[in-house]
Design a protein around this ligand. Structure first.
Ligand SMILES: *Cc1c(COP(=O)(O)O)cnc(C)c1O
Length: 369
């Protein structure tokens, strides 16, 4: 058999992740100078000033390998979040940790993973690459969680159950008590991975997060990212709080330098930048309320969000509205790849970006209506 025909079936069938469109692509395609990106839930204020300083200060050290295991970052995370160091793992984005958990916990060709449909596509993509089957539970009406359906989808080979809280793309969230109750209801061999990428935007935050409550269930792991609130999506940094035995396996099998030196320095500085975090939360919560109110006033179905984005179903054709916004230099997220072609998702932007988006949508809704 020729060498190129010996590739694994999982790879032959693989459909890659569909990212949001980039500003450069749209500038070139439509010959625009001003392009607004409200598609990937990035921080509307940019990167934290303290993190930018830390990156500049560390630039000359780029020739060094980072310290394997990133002990300084782990210590800073432990202090910032009140989680024991032996429960923490850092990764090249939370994407890397999702992949590692699957490779550690699930046996190829035998185990399955369980998640709601629709859900964040990385869970399904990495599961497929790992040779796992994906069992999906439907969401309840209004995109709320049918937790009994999630439990019912599990069987004796379920290795991992993913729950995104707040959910992407709807922004729906459940309280910490419900998450813990779910962990206890799952089969004992199933690990519940709660992806809290957007949890800091929930109000009140303390009632939603299970980050500091891992001791209340022994099959619970939490994922966090520096890509959203902490404004460092381009550096790729995420972390997880998990049972100590799992954190130990992650430390053993992870590629030693996947968290690079600049990401580590920037992450530590971002944790210390309290004013940036406060300003981001204020901007996002105010912008979220504005977008929710104004899109609803246009007669669109808008879903209450606890995240830094808003999902809506326009009264005009969603695909058409998306492409007309694009031609005006405003990039939002069509949800066709989530199986929701009639819905759109917009990230909360700066006050100026939100205003430009709302003005454009108002005009286009009139034209297309
Ligand atoms: C954005 C996002 C992440 C973050 O991923 P990183 O790899 O840390 O950038 C994780 N989970 C969900 C559901 C997200 O939407």
């Amino acid at each position: 058999m020729p060498v190129r025909r010996t590739v694994r079936d999982e790879v032959l069938e693989f459909t890659p992740y569909a990212p949001g469109l980039s500003i450069d692509e749209i500038r070139r395609k439509y010959g625009l100078t001003n392009v607004i990106k409200m598609a990937s839930n990035e921080n509307p204020l940019g990167a934290p000033p303290l993190a930018q300083k830390a990156i500049q200060a560390a630039a000359a050290l780029a020739f060094r390998y980072p310290q394997a295991g990133n002990p300084r970052l782990i210590r800073a995370l432990s202090q910032a979040h009140g989680v024991a160091e032996n429960r923490l793992a850092a990764g090249n984005g939370s994407d890397e940790i999702i992949d590692l958990i699957l490779r550690i916990k699930a046996r190829p060709g035998r185990d399955n993973i369980v998640a709601f449909t629709p859900c964040f596509s990385i869970y399904a993509l990495q599961a497929r690459l790992c040779g796992l089957t994906l069992r999906r539970a439907p969401l309840a009406p209004g995109f709320s969680f049918d937790l009994d359906a999630l439990v019912a989808a599990c069987d004796e080979n379920t290795a991992v159950v993913f729950l995104t809280n707040p959910d992407n793309p709807s922004g729906y969230a459940i309280k910490a008590g419900e998450v813990l109750a779910l962990a206890r209801k799952l089969p004992r061999h199933a690990l519940l991975v709660v992806d809290e990428a957007y949890i800091e935007f929930a109000e009140p935050y303390e009632e939603y997060s299970v980050l500091t409550r891992l001791a209340e269930a022994d099959n619970l792991a939490v994922l966090r990212t520096f890509s959203k609130l902490y404004g460092l999506a381009g550096l790729r940094l995420g972390f997880s709080a998990m049972p100590a035995w799992l954190a130990d396996y992650v430390a053993r099998v992870k590629l030693p330098f996947s968290v690079n030196l600049l990401a580590e320095e920037a992450g530590i500085a971002a944790l210390e930048d309290a004013p940036f975090k406060e300003k981001t939360l204020e901007t996002v919560r105010a912008g979220r309320a504005l977008l929710t109110r104004e899109l609803a006033a246009m007669g669109f179905a808008v879903f209450p969000s606890q995240a830094n984005f808003v999902m809506f179903k326009p009264s005009v054709d969603a695909g058409e509205l998306f492409s007309r916004l694009l031609a005006r230099g405003i990039i939002i997220r069509p949800l066709k790849s989530y199986g929701l072609p009639e819905y759109l998702r917009v990230s909360v932007g700066s006050p100026e970006e939100n205003a430009a988006f709302l003005t454009a949508v108002r005009e286009l809704a009139r034209e297309l209506g």
